[in-house]
Ligand binder design. Sequence first.
Ligand code: C5P
Length: 288
Amino acid sequence: MRELTVRAPAKINLTLDILRKRPDGYHDLKMVMQSISLGDTLQIRSDTGRKEIIVHTRGANLPDGPENLAWKAAQIFFDKTGIFNNGVAIEIEKHILLCAGMAGGSSDGAAVLRALRQLYCPGLEDCTLEEMGALVGSDVPFCVRGGTALAEGRGEILTALPRMPECRLVICKPNFGISTPELFGRVQAEQLRHHPDTAAMRSALASGTLLEVAGNLCNVFEEILNEKERSSIAAIEKVMLKHGALNAVMTGSGPTVFGLFSPKGSAAEEAAGVLKARWPQVFLAEPL
Ligand code: C5P
């Protein structure tokens, strides 16, 4: 039996644009994605001798079968590589918020792919692992790669971008979840009015100017929230901006909001303290 412990970082969207609905039911997207220091930890044991995939999650009540992206990733890895599965046990220590727009499940799936590659076939190329990731879920290829990247197509066409400038992030989730398929179902791509300036975000990253990165944060999903969702998101953003955030925006399909703060001073901690009084799910993080 062999054992490996791997990190599964959450992601935030610096930008999220929806271009069009595709014939396959998915949407063509254009997003600048960023891995962050908040993440899950996975312990993978291979060759357990039980010839099946066993998933157990600590810290959250999650399915332990094919609906869990960690399980699905392991199944796809064995199918695609043809490696005989002599039993794998995956223990997930959950820290990433659920149904939050932070790719928690996708990141666990990506971590399983990276761990199984290391355990069974270290020579497997990154692009092959990312292709397997695309079969697990749209955000998984980015999570396999990590860092800062432009994601296009369904999310699987990746272009590496310069690292995000140093900053602090305050992450806050209101006490409701948003279903990703349900939110995509509300989208009328041609009716969206405010699109992110992805080129401006790319040049902000290229010049390493935090204020410009902050000024270009934008997520089209904010436009199609219902009244109740919109007012909760706006309330969190308002508190963040009042307490020193350079800007604040919803990540992914939400409802989590993140605020971007200067790396200097204590504004991020102070804002987190204020937010916690109203919304208990508040975290401090940094870009990776
Ligand atoms: O690929 P994944 O299973 O993570 O996607 C979840 C759902 O989100 C899809 O069923 C689809 O409704 C929606 N989606 C989309 N376009 C994308 C990614 C996801 O419409 N590019």
